[in-house]
Design a protein around this ligand. Sequence first.
Ligand SMILES: Cc1cc2nc3c(=O)[nH]c(=O)nc-3n(C[C@H](O)[C@H](O)[C@H](O)COP(=O)(O)OP(=O)(O)OC[C@H]3O[C@@H](n4cnc5c(N)ncnc54)[C@H](O)[C@@H]3O)c2cc1C
Length: 420
Amino acid sequence: MDFLVLGAGVIGVTTAWYLRAQGHDVRVVERQPGPALETSFANAGQVAAHISEPWANPQTPRMLPKWLLADDAPLVWHPRASLTQWRWLAQFLRECSAQRYGRNLVHLANIGLYSRTALKELRRELGLSYDQREGGILLFHRDPAQFERAAAAAKRLAARGFEREVKTRDECLAIEPALAPIRDHIVGGIYSAHDETGDAQQFSNALARICAERGVAFDYGTKIVRIAAEGDRVTGVEVERAGGGRDVLRAGACVVALGCATPAMLKPLGIGGIAIQPVKGYSVTVPIADEKRAFGIGLHDVSKKMAFARLGMRLRGTSTAEIGAFDTTVNERRCKALVDHIDWMTPGAGRAQEATYWAGLRPMTPSNIPYVGRTRIGNLYINAGHGTVGWTQSCGSAKALAEIVGGRRPALDFPFAGME
Ligand SMILES: Cc1cc2nc3c(=O)[nH]c(=O)nc-3n(C[C@H](O)[C@H](O)[C@H](O)COP(=O)(O)OP(=O)(O)OC[C@H]3O[C@@H](n4cnc5c(N)ncnc54)[C@H](O)[C@@H]3O)c2cc1C
């Protein structure tokens, strides 16, 4: 079958790889001049299989009023006169019930583990290199009451097979000695030893290069205007080339991997109800000044909802969720706070004055569960809405989608679109 993959973020590139590996002819269409130049460009780099949490959880509704008023809150809401946004928010609040949270957590862990395994296999098979590190991810706590609750939850989940280990302050320091300067602030941590970190953009670039060598065509600088359909079949896409001029690309089937742009592209085909909202976040990248002081593993400062990773000779920090922000302008104050936080945790590790700032839009569903599978149009597939964990879930979502295309149900408990 000949496929068009729409979008060359980390999701589109991995989708192209697994479809090609199944013997399909694949063409990727992307408006940017290369792969992973939008949301997949500078994320926190964490491949967090079992330690990721759905953002909609039973505590969130209680925290919301406080967050919505605070200037430095981790969650910000930009209310708009948009029915879609209000509907999304209502769905998000519904997902906060204990029962739905529990179900979403399990599904998130299932796809996370499947995906991390696929990523490791792919790295071995292709010899990929993308500043990856295998030291695990540590969520360190500074509030004793919050840590107590997190530790109790981690113990319950560990008994069910989740990779979450409760660590004392000293154990946290043994796992990440670079945190010594803030030793007295840490009360304990939750550790996931088999998780890892790596640069999603470098990974996407490397994989796109190998895809191209193996026959995948990439049309960069090509904006998709609409998906064309005849009767109940998709026939291709109408595109606008960078130099001007329109074109029609025909294909036997399409996969929509357009991140935040997915709902708008599907709506004209009568596929509504795709609940993906952009949720904006910021990242900073700080060159390392002193390797001995730099952290080496993935970190979360739970009280600040900030995430960190070391990527080669760079330190990456990310924070903030702004619901309903559609632009990628950088908030200097929030970015500066991240740089200051890196300097506070590991003084002298980075060259703060050379930090670069970035903003990206997470394609977020209310439940944190992405849309992966078939739409009601038989030859139109979707792989989008990976929100906070698209890098973590990329290889698994793409591998599972290729299985579904081949008529097989992927071997994991997950609500794949069109499979129920
Ligand atoms: C601050 C921050 C931190 C994060 N940290 C992590 C983390 O630590 N771990 C993790 O797993 N995930 C993380 N994420 C989430 C992760 O980055 C995203 O889930 C993932 O990048 C989404 O990939 P995607 O391919 O779906 O979207 P994108 O990378 O946005 O790709 C979609 C592509 O579609 C293209 N496109 C859109 N419309 C059109 C059109 N009309 N024509 C042609 N092309 C089009 C875009 O140019 C884009 O390249 C983070 C995100 C942010 C913002």
